[in-house]
Design a protein around this ligand. Structure first.
Ligand code: GDP
Length: 529
């Protein structure tokens, strides 16, 4: 492949994920995006993702049909001149470290906001995570077919609460039953909305220009005048789109529409594919790796149980950082220092899993993992690099796990360590007793662990409450002080699945006091894989 073709392949890739609060419309917008990507014939058919189902049953359903949760994790489709990779973050009510780590594998994010509700909790949290890498954010204000809040006010809320400048690209005309469409500020045209067309790609009616009398006819004089007045205000008070600021994660282009009505999603996709960055460099311990480097490199950000539980096969999701994957190529699995030949990686074109013959920087490939691959692992062609920045987060919820059949202790430990390598949960073994404490970022993960222990390791386990409220990984440069700390705090120390020393605090007050008492010791909220 000529060098220019190689670069073109990379430059047309757009790898992004959706961040939102539950019920804001992530699933619905994913369907519409796939509809535009020709990956779905009709919206409403993303499998196993019924939106009104209880979160837990949703997950169980998906796990029963394991293939599905894998296939919907990454979706690749062409749109305009771009090749889009949409990475799903777990869809259930709960959220896990997977969500966070998925955000390390993308180059931009789409933030979906329920315009009736404004900025919600989960979005706030996820935005904090995108900040770690200054990921560019595109915003979609959803549910305009409902009575929403004053759009100016919602933009204001985004700016002040999420600390990002808003640059409206479209502006809504009415809302709820009166929703007439949007005026596209950059194109100087009004795109009219027709309700009841959500399952298809709509034939649109467009009115050019803001002073066009056709506009008054189409939306009514009152709404047309209101639009003109609002725009004058908005354009004066808000920010203009600025590509540089967007790429720095400081400004977000904002689109209005309704995912359910499939209106405005295409405007958003046009903006995203035009402005969002091509595959970005990633940092290793020694240097940054550019996407355009010829030699293949990538890191594993997620491991997921595969279709066939009998084989205990798992798929490791690898984000290609540089170069190109070709079927059968040899690569260096850096952590274990082995050269492996990969002949059966999967790609995720148009929602179907296919065997990859080629994949480029920016793409995700799935590697079959028989237990040797861990989250955070680097694969390279050539130099033994190690990518950084794929974190473990200190869990916020803890339970003691106990066996119904005490003879299976070894199996239990093995299962827990493997599940923690996958990043599903974290396991802590206190120094002073034989307890096993499971820590999670979200409560649903506890159920997942028990059900997987049963099905994959044939271990019957149950939980008991434990007085641990928070955990921190500890380190200290001063050996003497560290020894003293370890001696005095032994009752609160534990080893995690990777044998790293952790302080497990019965309360936040206890943690704060301990941190004050031992200023030489560092308490880390995240741990790098
Ligand atoms: P998720 O939890 O973020 O994936 O949200 P869903 O896509 O499952 O949507 C949550 C609920 O909001 C569902 O009942 C959707 O039908 C509904 N919904 C999504 N988008 C819209 C919209 O644009 N308008 C209206 N009225 N409802 C919507």
């Amino acid at each position: 492949m000529a060098n220019q073709d190689f670069l073109n392949e990379i430059n047309k890739r757009r790898t992004f994920a959706i961040i939102s609060h539950p019920d804001a419309g992530k699933t619905t917008i994913t369907e519409k995006v796939l509809l535009f990507g020709k990956a779905l014939q009709r919206a409403g058919t993303v499998k196993g993702r019924g939106s009104n189902q209880h979160a837990k049953s949703d997950w169980m359903e998906m796990e029963k049909e394991r293939g599905i949760s894998v296939t919907t994790s990454v979706m690749q489709f062409p749109y305009n001149d771009a090749l889009v990779n949409l990475l799903d973050t777990p869809g259930h009510e709960d959220f896990s470290e997977d969500t966070y780590r998925t955000l390390t594998a993308v180059d931009s994010c789409l933030m979906v906001i329920d315009a009736a509700k404004g900025v919600e909790d989960r979005t706030r949290k996820l935005m904090e995570v995108t900040r770690l890498r200054d990921t560019p954010i595109v915003t979609f204000m959803n549910k305009l077919d409902r009575d929403i809040r004053d759009p100016m006010e919602v933009l204001d809320e985004v700016e002040t609460e999420l600390k990002i400048m808003c640059a409206p690209v479209s502006w809504p005309i009415g809302c709820g039953k009166e929703f007439k469409g949007v005026y596209h500020i950059h194109r100087d045209e009004t795109i009219l909305y027709q309700s009841g067309q959500g399952h298809t790609i709509q034939e649109v009616r467009i009115v050019k220009g803001l002073d066009n009398p056709e506009l008054d006819k189409a939306v009514g004089e009152d709404l047309a005048q209101q639009l003109r007045d609002e725009l004058e205000l908005v354009l004066g008070a808000s920010h203009e789109f600025d590509l540089e600021l967007f790429l720095q994660g400081k400004l977000t282009p904002v689109f209005f529409g309704t995912a359910l009505g499939n209106f405005g999603v295409d405007h958003m996709l046009d903006g995203l594919t035009e402005w969002a960055p091509a595959p970005q460099p990633r940092q290793t311990e020694t240097r940054a790796v550019e996407a355009s480097e010829e030699k293949f490199s990538g890191f594993v950000f997620k491991i997921q149980a595969n279709m066939d539980p009998k084989h205990r096969d798992r798929v490791a999701f690898l984000r290609i950082v540089s170069g190109k994957y070709t079927q059968g190529m040899k690569m260096n699995h850096v952590r274990i220092g082995k050269t492996v030949s990969i002949s059966d990686a999967v790609t995720f074109m148009a929602g179907d899993r296919e065997r990859a013959e080629e994949a480029f920087a920016g793409d995700i490939i799935g590697l079959h993992n028989h237990g040797t691959i861990q989250i955070g692992d680097t694969f390279t062609q050539g130099d033994a690099l190690k990518f950084t920045g794929i974190p473990n987060f200190a869990p916020e919820l803890f339970r003691r796990i106990r066996l119904r059949d005490p003879l299976k202790q070894k199996q239990l430990l093995k299962g827990l360590v493997q599940l923690s390598e996958e990043g599903a949960v974290q396991v802590f073994r206190p120094l002073i007793n034989n307890d096993l404490i499971v820590g999670a970022v979200g409560v649903l993960q506890f159920d997942v662990v028990v059900s997987r222990l049963k099905s994959e390791y044939n271990v019957d386990a149950l939980y008991e409450p434990v007085t641990v409220q928070t955990a921190r990984w500890v380190s200290c440069k001063d050996t003497k002080k560290y020894e003293e700390f370890k001696r005095k705090c032994e009752v609160n120390l534990a080893l995690d699945g990777g044998d790293n020393l952790t302080y497990i605090a019965p309360s936040r007050v206890n943690l704060n006091l301990t941190m004050e008492r031992y200023p030489e010791v560092s308490f880390h909220q995240t741990r790098e894989h």
